[in-house]
Design a protein around this ligand. Structure first.
Ligand code: ZN
Ligand code: ZN
Length: 216
């Protein structure tokens, strides 16, 4: 499923209780095994951890890896609300144009679907398909344009998210709050993602490619 798959959906949009959904397979476990795995970690690919689905009526505290006292990531805390406010200008007749409507739909597809959904998510995080390098890099660059961090950072975050969906330390569970799961996770520092050194162990496969290392 896309970046807004079952566990990403804010509570009010959830139609199926989590416990009735099939358990995800942990196909990416193999990527996050440290280079010198310990005995228990090495067994993970054949023995996915049996974590019960979270109760959607429960709440979850902030990720245990969120830095306290909180540190705001101003580059996102300012730019993301600002872009949305500016987009509202389209409702002012003076600024409205049908070309703008067409471009916004096109942009949603190019950056959202191709960049994040296909590129960051299915291709880079889950390796759900094979693609030529030039195409993979192009999709990754489209993903960078959406201001959701670098490919390696996003991939690390999403692999942790899948391994611990709606449990600690899921970086963006909607069980924290609706707003946290929606965009709050992007606005506060998390010690797993402040520096490439913190998350390289989750993305060794990606960072072998100098292209992604350079984007860090
Ligand atoms: Zn999810
Ligand atoms: Zn995923």
């Amino acid at each position: 499923m896309g970046p807004f798959d079952h566990t990403c959906l804010p509570g009010i949009f959830k139609q199926t209780p989590l416990r009735s959904l099939p358990q995800p397979t942990y196909s990416m476990s193999i990527d996050i095994v440290p280079e010198k795995p310990t005995q228990s970690v090495a067994q993970e690919p054949s023995n996915p951890p049996k974590v019960l689905p979270a109760d959607p009526s429960q709440t979850l505290p902030w990720p245990e890896t969120a830095i306290e006292p909180v540190q705001v990531r101003w580059r996102y805390a300012i730019s993301i609300p600002l872009i949305h406010l500016l987009a509202c200008l389209a409702f002012v007749p003076w600024f409205f144009s049908w070309t703008g409507v067409a471009l916004s739909i096109l942009g949603l597809y190019v950056f959202g679907t191709l960049g994040i959904n296909i590129g960051y998510h299915r291709l880079l995080t889950h390796r759900g398909m094979n693609a030529p390098k030039w195409f993979e890099h192009t999709l990754a660059l489209l993903g960078v344009c959406t201001m959701q961090d670098t490919p390696a950072c996003w991939v690390a975050m999403h692999r942790i998210h899948h391994q611990h969906s709606d449990h600690q330390p899921d970086p963006h569970s909607p069980l924290v709050t609706f707003l946290w799961g929606h965009f709050g996770w992007l606005m506060f520092e998390n010690r797993d993602f402040t520096n490439v050194k913190d998350y390289q162990r989750f993305t060794r496969d990606l960072l072998k490619d100098p292209f992604y290392l350079k984007l860090e």
